[in-house]
Design a protein around this ligand. Structure first.
Ligand code: ADP
Ligand code: MG
Length: 358
């Protein structure tokens, strides 16, 4: 393992609730791992302990098998980029990028060469003599990245690096950072509260809530097979259908009664105990059935559209089902001309294999 974090804990002085509890995290060489969770869940605290900027209350951090828990920050050889890029305004771009190298000693010529190479990597070699103030937000962001990469870090630590950029640029920079990270092969930890960013960029995502990692998996696993309701709710949109008479019928398979949808057999988290659970059904996997359509083998429910919203490519409906008070959300890729009015009676169905019991 390139990075191995074990039982990491942090309780800040004069506080009672731990900010981070028993974090375990293994990161493979060359991977980009996202720490994803709502504000205040302990992402920055975790990252700062790994960086050496904050002393853990307990636990250990190993890089390439070597214990670094007590190693001072400047000896860990990690590169960091924060939300505020923290570039020095009075220095040229090139001097900013060579700064980290200068701090570590080494010859000036070699340092400048390495800094140039890092600038070329982020495709800003031509701006080497500019001052940061003369650059756009996206360019400053890339300079900060070049500065972190110039030292050829053992680990690249990014704390919400894109949150100061506007939406369009943020998306472009996602791909830029990802591609630079892959080309340089730098093992990277990315802190973000943005699920799209994590899904788009990461090899693996650690979902955090209240200082605890709730799930650590590849993006697709997190989305398709969330281990609990928090994860399903935080990543992507979800309908939660209360299900009763839950009975295991195989490894990770259950027979359930899913309210208006009736008796079903569905995949789910291994080891659900008790006879109640919730069925996660993504809104875009709910299908509007055409009038008179028969799909005998599919669960279905009838109801009335009580709200709809239009966001260009998708129309989202809320359907109140007729036989109980449940509201089902439905996302349809559709033409605006097809949009159904509020009050319309509809029938919806889904493939049970596309749902997931938690
Ligand atoms: P995130 O980065 O996920 O938003 P943080 O790691 O910054 O979360 O914070 C985790 C928790 O620790 C929060 O409840 C926050 O209020 C608390 N916290 C962060 N820094 C300090 C500090 N210096 N002193 C006391 N509590 C802190
Ligand atoms: Mg933070």
């Amino acid at each position: 393992m390139h990075l191995s974090v074990q039982n990491l804990n942090k309780t800040y002085p004069r506080t009672e609730v731990p900010a981070v509890s028993d974090i375990n995290l293994d990161v493979q060489q060359g991977d980009l791992v996202a720490l994803l969770g709502p504000s205040g869940c302990g992402k920055t605290t975790t990252l700062r302990m790994i960086a050496g900027l904050l002393e853990p209350s307990a636990g250990s951090i190993r890089v390439k098998g070597k214990e670094v828990t007590s190693t001072p920050v400047h000896k860990r050889g990690m590169g960091m980029v924060f939300q505020s890029y923290a570039l020095f305004p009075h220095m040229s771009v090139l001097d900013n990028v060579s700064f980290g190298l200068e701090m570590r000693g080494g010859g000036r010529r070699g340092n400048r060469k390495a800094a140039k190479a890092a600038l070329d990597m982020v495709q800003l070699g031509h701006l080497a003599e500019r001052r940061p103030a003369a650059l756009s937000g996206g360019q400053q962001q890339r300079i900060a990245l070049a500065r972190a990469l110039a030292i050829e870090p053992t680990l690249l630590l990014l704390d919400e690096p894109l949150s100061n950029l506007d939406a369009k640029l943020r998306e472009a920079m996602r791909h830029e950072i990802r591609s630079i990270q892959q080309r340089s092969g730098t093992t990277t930890l990315l802190v973000t509260h943005d699920q799209d960013e994590a899904l788009d960029m990461a090899d693996k995502i650690a979902i955090m809530e209240n200082g605890i990692i709730q799930q650590y998996d590849a993006p697709q696993e997190i989305y398709e097979h969330p281990t609990n309701k928090f994860v399903a709710n935080f990543v992507g949109k979800a309908n939660f259908i209360p299900s009763t008479s839950v009975r295991q019928v195989g490894e990770g398979r259950y027979s359930i009664e899913a309210g208006a949808f009736g008796d079903l057999t569905v995949p789910g988290v291994v080891g659900i105990k008790g006879d109640r659970a919730e069925l996660v059904l993504r809104p875009h996997r709910v299908r509007l059935m055409a009038d008179g359509e028969v799909a005998a083998d599919r669960p279905r429910a009838r109801g009335q559209i009580i709200a709809s919203s239009y966001t260009g490519n998708v129309v989202s409906y809320e359907m109140q089902s007729s036989d109980n008070d449940r509201v089902i959300r439905i996302d349809q890729l559709s033409h605006p001309a097809d949009r159904l009015p509020v009050g319309a009676e509809i029938t919806v169905s889904f493939d049970p294999e596309d749902a997931y019991l938690v």
